[in-house]
Design a protein around this ligand. Structure first.
Ligand SMILES: *Cc1c(COP(=O)(O)O)cnc(C)c1O
Length: 496
């Protein structure tokens, strides 16, 4: 299977090249030329298999320049019982007869980005090898919290890679900071940057665009890359868990083969829900994809009106991983629905750059209407939903998952749709302790790690092992640098 750019100006390339390059040179994202078919036979065969086999099968359909042994090996390493706390890897929790939660947070960082970032480093190293790249890759990440830690866990001790994470010195929670500064691994470095997330991100962008630095590092045998959610190697592992959830519903006798299921997804950059859309294009029986936004509801407005407009107020919310104004993976959806016409996509993206908005034609609106529903959940309702689900249904959820569950309840109140629905649960409630305690009307005694125990006592749920283990870990990285010294830190790390 070959890949093409969403802007349409590039030759078709193999998946390893698409993963090695990340972003296409014309500025577009790589997408598969066609979608492989998921047959009834294949789904039935996967029902009795463990997660790694399901994931390897689904990814193998897209990565045809990799051998099936290679992919199974990477999937076995990525989704192993030593890094996931639940041996089912992506288990379903049944809330009631029509609602299940797909828990994607049993990995090493207790959030769903692990599902992709445990896999990406292995795919990236193999892709670089296939592309005959002799230099060692150094991944640079600017993080507002979750992505940095998930990338560190994914890349730690992966041969042929180094990773360096920059986080804002006053922009991450105590737990997030501890997760990063106690990180284990020989090939890693973590540095705090004076300033906020934008400052750290600007610093990393400046490093990427510094030609002299690139040349200097290249001569020393290194090249720089990112672990961004636009890389195909981060998207393809996400398609697998939708197929896996369907298999589990079949296995548990919750649905009959062919019965359509809805998925409700808390959305930010549109990567997670796009993977569900791709699963539907492969033939997975999906009814509606319900796109849930927090107060930053630019996607809800887009789905309702066909106009994407980033000229709006940006809110900082209790579901920070969904605080986004430009959802980069939406470009891939536009490409599919615009008849795979890169010129049309380029026009939308140019308008987005120049005036901050674009408007899609009726043909695209029709496809949006066919498959998507959407809704927004404000801060108060997020809190009420957590409290309500815990008090009345004995299920504890984090703030992002609560946004999705509230949007699902609203959708059900407004439509006749009675299809079984899977809510995609993207983080452990312990990752957002202070908000969850607040929602439950519990006092937020203690700070940092103390809050983990407070929440555990208040709810009777155990602290996830990777978070509980933090208190015994030595601090390895205590450096803080000014933005203008970030570049120097990179050279020091790579060249010694
Ligand atoms: C990243 C993230 C999301 C948003 O996922 P997208 O793929 O960016 O739409 C939702 N919840 C959590 C906890 C996340 O970390």
């Amino acid at each position: 299977m070959l890949y093409q750019s969403t802007r349409g100006n590039e030759k078709r390339i193999a998946s390893a090249q698409a993963i090695a390059r990340g972003l296409s040179q014309d500025g577009g994202l790589y997408v598969p030329e066609t979608f492989p078919e998921l047959s009834e036979y294949a789904i039935t065969d996967l029902i009795s298999r463990p997660y790694r086999d399901r994931a390897a099968y689904v990814m193998g359909l897209f990565l045809s320049d990799f051998s099936s042994e290679e992919i199974l090996q990477y999937a076995s390493e990525a989704y192993s019982e030593s890094s996931f706390c639940d041996k089912r890897i992506a288990p379903l929790h049944k809330l009631d007869d029509s609602t299940h939660f797909l828990e994607l947070w049993h990995g090493p960082t207790s959030a769903f980005k692990d599902m992709a970032l445990q896999m990406l480093p292995r795919l990236l190293v193999a892709s670089l090898h296939k592309a005959n790249e002799k230099r060692e890759v150094c991944v640079l990440v600017a993080t507002s919290g979750d992505t940095g830690k998930a990338a560190l866990e994914g890349f730690k001790n992966v041969k042929g890679t180094k990773i360096m994470v920059f986080y804002p010195s006053n922009g991450v929670s105590d737990v997030q900071q501890l997760q990063m500064i106690t990180q284990e691994g020989e090939n890693i470095n973590v540095v705090a940057v004076e300033g906020n997330f934008d400052d750290a991100q600007t610093g990393v962008k400046l490093i990427f665009s510094d030609e002299a630095l690139r040349k200097e590092l290249s001569e020393a045998g290194f090249f720089l890359s990112s672990a961004n959610s636009i890389n195909w190697g981060r998207l393809v592992p996400q398609i697998a868990y939708y197929v896996s959830a369907y298999c589990d519903l079949l296995a548990e006798g919750e649905i009959k083969f062919g019965e359509k299921v809805n998925f409700c997804v808390p959305t930010g950059n549109f990567g997670n829900i796009l993977a569900a859309y791709y699963a539907e294009k492969m033939g997975l029986p999906i009814g509606k994809l319900i796109c849930a936004s927090n107060k930053n509801d630019v996607l809800t407005q887009f789905i309702n009106t066909g106009t994407y407009n980033k000229n709006r107020k940006f809110y900082t919310t209790v579901s920070p991983s969904m605080d986004i104004l430009v959802s980069s993976n939406l470009e891939r959806f536009l490409f599919e629905t615009a008849g795979k016409d890169g010129k049309i996509v380029s026009e939308f993206m140019t308008k987005l750059d120049e005036v901050g908005s674009y408007n899609v034609p009726d043909l695209i609106k029709a496809e949006i209407k066919r498959i998507f529903a959407c809704g927004m959940c404000n801060e108060d309702d997020t809190m009420k939903t957590i409290d309500d689900a815990f008090s009345n249904q004995n299920y504890l959820m984090d703030t992002h998952t609560a946004v999705a569950y509230k949007v699902l309840k609203d959708y059900r109140a407004q439509t006749e749709d009675s299809a079984k629905t899977v809510v995609v649960s993207t983080a452990s409630p312990f990752k957002f302790c202070d908000s969850v305690l607040y929602a439950l009307n519990q006092s937020q005694d203690g700070n940092g790690l103390g809050l983990l125990d407070t929440l555990s006592r208040a709810t009777g749920s155990p602290v996830p092992a990777p978070l509980a283990e933090l208190s015994g870990k030595p601090i390895r990285f205590s450096g803080v640098v000014a933005i203008e010294n970030m570049k120097q830190e990179v050279t020091k790390f790579l060249k010694g």
